[in-house]
Design a protein around this ligand. Structure first.
Ligand code: SF4
Ligand code: SF4
Length: 380
C-alpha cells in the first residue's frame, strides 16, 4: 500500500449514522441529497434515513427521472437540479433594510446568523465548481462578505461518483469522477455481495478530527482495489465527451458561425441553464418597499445573462437577440472565463443539458461549431 492508501479507512454502513451524530453534536447543519419533488435535491437532513436510499437517477437531454435501484445504496445517483451555490451564494438575500423613524430612515444591516454547514455528498465536479466560486468571490480585489462568512464555516464531505449518468462529462473537463482536493473527508460507497461500506479519505485536519469520533477501521488492500476498480469504470462510462482542445481559440474565431443562429431557434432564453449551473454567479440588486412606505429592503438575487434586462445599459440592451445571449453564455463559460479566471467556467456536471426544457446540449453545440465550416452571416 502507498502512504496515501494507508491514510484511507473504512466506515461500515451500520456505523454511518455516527457520522451524522458527530456532525450534529459539533453544531453543524447537515445539508445533503434527499428526494424532494421527484428529484434528488440538496436540503437539510438529519440522518442517513433522509438520504435517497435505494434511489438512482436517469438523465438525458431535457430529461430527468428518479427510479428505484436493485440495492440500498445511499449515494447511487449523480447531481440533481440544486447545487451547493444555493447555500454559499443564496438565490435571494437581504443586504440591508431601511425603517422609517421620526424624521428619517434608519438603515439596519443584515446581521442574520449564518449556520455552520456540513455539506454531505459533494461530487468531484462540484468541488471544482466551489473552487471556481471561491476564486470569484474571495480571491479578487473585491471580496464578497456574504459568501466569505458562509464558506469559512463550511465542512465538505465529498462522495466519489461510481455511476456517472447520461449527461456527465467531468472526465473531459478534468474535474472528476474522483475527488482529489477541496474536501475535509471523502467517501466511496461500495456494495459487494453482503458487504456495504465506505472507503474514507481524509483531506484536512478538520476532517481528521471528525473521523476520530466516528466508528471506523483500517482499510484492507482488497477494498482499495475495489474502490480503484469502481472509479476507473466510472471514468470509462461518462455519458458525454467535450473536446476542449483549443476551445478558446475555436469560439473566439467563430463569433459569426451559423450555429449560433441555429441554437437561437431552439433556445427559449428561459435561463434554466444558468440557474442550475454551479459556477454561474451573476446577480442583481433590487430595492423593494412595503405598501405603507415605512420599510424598504435592498436584496440581492441571482440573475442570468439570458434575461433581456441583463445587458441593459442606459438607452438600450446590447444583447437583444437570443442568438447573442446564447453566444455570450457559451463563449464566456468555455473561452473568456479562461482569460478572466484562469480556468474553464464549466466543470462538466451536465446540469444545463438535463434541465434545458428543449434539450440543448453544450457539448453538441461545441461539436457543431467544430464540424460545420462557418458561412458568411451578417454581424448583429
Ligand atoms: S455549463 Fe453546464 S455542464 Fe458546465 S458546469 Fe455549468 S451546468 Fe455544468
Ligand atoms: S439553453 Fe435551454 S436552459 Fe438555457 S436558456 Fe436556452 S432553453 Fe433555457
Amino acid at each position: 500500500m502507498t502512504k496515501k492508501e494507508q491514510q484511507r479507512h473504512v466506515i461500515e454502513r451500520d456505523s454511518l449514522e455516527s457520522l451524522f451524530d458527530v456532525l450534529r453534536h459539533k453544531g453543524f447543519d447537515i445539508v445533503g441529497p434527499t428526494v424532494e419533488d421527484n428529484a434528488i435535491c440538496y436540503s437539510s437532513i438529519d440522518s442517513s434515513k433522509d438520504l435517497p436510499v435505494g434511489w438512482t437517477d436517469v438523465q438525458s437531454e431535457g430529461k430527468y427521472r428518479i427510479k428505484k435501484r436493485q440495492d440500498n445504496a445511499l449515494f447511487g445517483y449523480v447531481v440533481g437540479p440544486t447545487s451547493w451555490k444555493k447555500f454559499l451564494f443564496p438565490p435571494r438575500i437581504k443586504l440591508w433594510e431601511a425603517k422609517k423613524s421620526q424624521k428619517d430612515f434608519d438603515i439596519v444591516e443584515n446581521t442574520d446568523e449564518v449556520p455552520s454547514y456540513a455539506f454531505l455528498s459533494v461530487r468531484a465536479c462540484e468541488l471544482q465548481a466551489i473552487a471556481i466560486q471561491d476564486k470569484i468571490f474571495l480571491k479578487g480585489d473585491h471580496i464578497d462578505p456574504i459568501y466569505k462568512k458562509r464558506r469559512e464555516k463550511t465542512l465538505i464531505i465529498a462522495v466519489n461518483c461510481t455511476e456517472p449518468k447520461g449527461t456527465c462529462f467531468c472526465v473531459s473537463m478534468n474535474t472528476g469522477p474522483r475527488a482529489s482536493f477541496g474536501f475535509d473527508l471523502s467517501l466511496t460507497e461500495i456494495i459487494e455481495d453482503e458487504k456495504h461500506y465506505f472507503v474514507v479519505e481524509v483531506g484536512s485536519s478538520k476532517g481528521e478530527k471528525i473521523l476520530k469520533d466516528v466508528s471506523h477501521r483500517p482499510v484492507e488492500s482488497s477494498e482499495i482495489e475495489q474502490q480503484n476498480k469502481l472509479l476507473e469504470k466510472a471514468e470509462r462510462e461518462m455519458g458525454r465527451v467535450m473536446d476542449t482542445q483549443n476551445i478558446k481559440e475555436l469560439l473566439y474565431k467563430n463569433m459569426e458561425h451559423p450555429q449560433w443562429g441555429d441554437v437561437a431557434k431552439r433556445c427559449l432564453s428561459c435561463a434554466n441553464c444558468t440557474l442550475v449551473c454551479p459556477t454561474c454567479f451573476c446577480s442583481n440588486v433590487e430595492d423593494v418597499t412595503d405598501l405603507t412606505g415605512d420599510h424598504a429592503q435592498r436584496v440581492r438575487t441571482w440573475d442570468s445573462c439570458f434575461t433581456a434586462e441583463h445587458s441593459y445599459i442606459h438607452g438600450g440592451n446590447i444583447r437583444s437577440s437570443i442568438k447573442s445571449r446564447y453566444r455570450q453564455w457559451m463563449t464566456h463559460k468555455l473561452a473568456s472565463w479562461q482569460d478572466q479566471f484562469d480556468s474553464s467556467g464549466c466543470v462538466g456536471c451536465g446540469r444545463c443539458i438535463t434541465w434545458c426544457p428543449v434539450g440543448i446540449d453544450i457539448t453538441k453545440e461545441v461539436k457543431a461549431i467544430e464540424d460545420i465550416p462557418p458561412a458568411d452571416v451578417e454581424r448583429e
